[in-house]
Design a protein around this ligand. Sequence first.
Ligand code: GTP
Ligand code: MG
Length: 259
Amino acid sequence: MNLLAPVRRDRVLAELPQCLRKEAALHVHKDFHPRVTGACQEHRTGTVGFKISKVIVVGDLSVGKTCLINRFCKDTFDKNYKATIGVDFEMERFEVLGVPFSLQLWDTAGQERFKCIASTYYRGAQAIIIVFNLNDVASLEHTKQWLADALKENDPSSVLLFLVGSKKDLSTPAQYVLMEKDALRVAQEMKAEYWAVSSLTGENVREFFFRVAALTFEANVLAELEKSGVRRIGDVVRINSDDNNLYQTASKKKSTCCP
Ligand SMILES: Nc1nc2c(ncn2[C@@H]2O[C@H](COP(=O)(O)OP(=O)(O)OP(=O)(O)O)[C@@H](O)[C@H]2O)c(=O)[nH]1
Ligand SMILES: [Mg+2]
């Protein structure tokens, strides 16, 4: 029995949302992992439908973390800066391949004086979203430190990483191209999936969070199948040397079959 509110119609995912840039994607498969699709069709997703996955959002002060979450969860945008004090969180309910799936989005403070409080909430994240301002190269440089701090509290081998450039509306196309080059390099180094968004216009915001939900869901179902040791006759096991998984998380590495 699920005691939470019903899933909104615009939070239903029937297909795998695609990455923004193939050069820096967690994987570039067109569809969900076949084992995940199969498990969903046959209602073999175990406890995934009842779980709440924790996602933390970190990055320098004023890069737009709160605005990003508010654009997605409330479809609002506030042009006035109000620093987050400590942490805040929003719940988002999805339905992925017919299975209910919840994300708890933790919005943390970027200001140094609140960092200590915020970091106590890092533990147990399944995905880490590191935000930088596309118009401020220093905020991109600082993402590595934000990631290092967040990883101290989490299992680096299983957590999914996203590097998100914010305030895209403020860049000219030429400025954006330059910044994107650096951002793609950083994303590749940290094995994160790269996104560029604008919370003011809403560009890519929904696409981004749908991708986070889908990949987190996929990882959860694969982990669940792994845990329950479900091996079924007819499951396709294929080791493909051309597999274009750019970044394999350990949960995927542990898996005995790759799409
Ligand atoms: N033009 C533009 N401004 C933005 C965008 N996103 C955020 N801002 C502005 O940037 C400022 C900071 O945004 P916040 O979302 O509060 O930043 P934050 O990262 O949560 O900051 P802390 O809570 O201090 O860590 C605000 O004045 C926002 O209006 C965007 O996509 N475009
Ligand atoms: Mg904030």
